[in-house]
Design a protein around this ligand. Structure first.
Ligand code: NAP
Ligand code: G3H
Length: 482
């Protein structure tokens, strides 16, 4: 099974249910963020090979779509079963490749299995509508609209490094259940884990051509794929920079874009500080803050700021740092990522923010950093840090916190901590973000919740039912009874 993924130590790409060696002879080395040792080599697939994959995928779509939906669902169920049987093995690969803790890596695989199952179930529940013509003036009763939901055709799914399996599966599952076929562009750092997960679909007996994976650097093959006329819909999760580029290149193809975030936590005077600190600690520092939904800035009311900052430092000091199984703060994905965060840290120091926690930085392994008294001049208040650094800014009023939260190019999520639910709801109304969490850290899950993005955080809404909607179009069939 998994041995077939490699030829002479190089991971192959996946086409027509077979693991294929690229003719490019060009490979990309993937190094583990844990120790910079080689995790494996993947291939740079050529444009001609990508053409063939997409052609093949398009060819498979008609027969896939004509299967009873129950049969399509059965492949998702079987793959979920296999994921649960093999989760430890795949999680270990993910841990090595992306520096996640084993617990987080296992969680990603198991979460993906659950996502497959629930997407299959939601697909089976998909409703189509019948509209009567005589509901509109001067139209007859015999005119009926059958409002169908049909697949687009070939979906191009692009996932980021931080959830290479889960954010690929969150696109593959809704696409497949609704009768689309899929070409995945694997994230380079994350490709090896994803290829292993895709082998599970093959083991589940998915018909050839229905799911395919292209590997290679996004900067080399990405533009070609997103402009390809054999692609009918693009679902992308990744940085705002690449997302904006895709939206410029993709023409009139439908897009689902989940991009960067700068989630703020607003802490009001009456917040339960123990709960708030617990949520903000997890929200800001798990997976070293390399989550789009990580809490990336805190606005706290002046009157409680000292107590809050003190409690937060105490809580964060106890986090375990390293690459072991039970660590919370992991290595950053690359040295370059660490260098960018260092730039933001230096800038905050330069602009008078007060560093209240920082123990060490060893290459790409950082212990958590907390800044208090951050001001508007600090870049870290506005730029997405994607690392374990949390800026706190003290504010005089809730209105000031709302204004600062909204003065961001991003609009993914925000959190409000207060015991006054009425006040929280009023604030939630005023925040320009996709999701507001009241008394909880921001998070994408549970995966059947909607995960909407606005502003530079993206376009459209992910989430089981919502992704199914996003991956189908409406087709209207009008019946005229005379
Ligand atoms: P990224 O650099 O944008 O890469 C994302 C994916 O796009 C990778 O598979 C990458 O391939 C590919 N890619 C790169 N250039 C491309 C191009 N020109 N055309 C098409 N695809 C291209 O993002 P990342 O560093 O992996 O992930 C971190 C970012 O993703 C953060 O900004 C984070 O906030 C965001 N994110 C958002 C969400 C959300 O749901 N809103 C979830 C997770 C992450 P290569 O790996 O080969 O470069
Ligand atoms: O990195 C972005 C992911 O969509 C975040 O997912 O909130 O489950 O960690 P998460």
């Amino acid at each position: 099974m998994f041995e077939e993924l490699q030829i002479k130590g190089v991971y192959t790409y996946f086409k027509h249910n077979a693991w294929i060696k690229s003719t490019s002879k060009k490979t990309i080395k993937v190094y583990s963020p844990n120790d910079f040792k080689l995790a494996g080599e993947i291939q740079a697939v050529t444009k001609e090979e990508a053409d063939e994959v997409i052609r093949n995928c398009s060819w498979a779509q008609q027969s896939w779509n004509s299967l009873p939906i129950q049969e399509r669902a059965s492949y998702l169920y079987k793959t979920a079963d296999l994921a649960e049987k093999n989760y430890t093995f795949i999680a270990q690969i993910l841990m090595k490749e992306n520096g996640k803790s084993l617990l987080d890596a296992e969680d990603e695989v198991l979460r993906s299995a659950a996502l497959l199952r629930q997407t299959a179930e939601e697909g089976l529940r998909l409703r189509e509508e019948l509209l009567r013509g005589d509901a509109f003036p001067q139209f007859r009763r015999g005119k009926l609209a059958l409002v169908r939901r049909v697949p687009f055709g070939v979906v191009l799914a692009i996932a980021p490094f931080n959830y290479p399996i889960n954010l690929a599966v969150s696109k593959i599952a809704p696409a497949l259940i609704t009768g689309n076929t899929v070409v995945v562009k694997a994230p380079t750092q994350g490709a090896i884990s994803l290829l292993h997960f895709v082998e599970l679909f093959r083991m589940a007996g998915l018909p050839p051509g229905v799911l395919n994976v292209i590997t290679g650097s996004g900067s080399e093959i990405g533009d070609y794929l997103v402009q390809h006329n054999g692609v009918h819909m693009i679902a992308f999760t990744g940085s705002t920079k690449v997302g904006k580029r895709i939206s410029q290149l993709a023409g009139i193809n439908p897009l689902l874009l989940e991009l960067g975030g700068k989630d703020a936590a607003i802490v009001l005077e009456d917040a339960d500080l123990d709960l708030t600190v617990k949520e903000i600690t997890a929200g800001a520092f798990s997976y070293a803050g390399q989550r789009c939904t990580a809490i990336k800035r805190v606005f706290v009311l002046d009157s409680i700021a000292d107590r809050f900052a003190q409690k937060l430092v105490t809580a964060v000091e106890h986090l375990r740092v390293g690459s072991g199984e039970d660590t919370v703060v992991c290595p950053l994905i690359s040295k370059e990522a660490g260098n960018y965060i260092q730039e933001l840290v230096d800038d905050a120091n330069k602009h008078g923010a007060k560093q209240i926690l920082c123990k060490f930085r060893n290459n790409n392994l950082w212990s958590p950093v907390i800044f208090d008294h951050v001001n508007e001049q600090c870049r870290i208040l506005w730029e997405e840090q994607f690392g374990p650094v949390l800026p706190i800014m003290r504010v005089k009023t809730a209105e000031e916190a709302i204004a600062l939260t909204n003065r961001s190019e991003y609009g993914l999520a925000a959190c409000v901590f207060t015991k006054d639910i009425e006040k929280a709801l009023k604030i939630a109304d005023q925040l320009d973000v996709g999701t507001v969490q009241i008394n909880g850290k921001s998070a994408r899950g549970p995966d059947h919740f909607p995960f909407p993005c606005i502003k530079s955080s993206g376009l459209g809404t992910q989430g089981i039912k919502y992704s199914i909607e996003a991956m189908t179009r409406i087709k209207n069939v009008v019946l005229n009874l005379h």
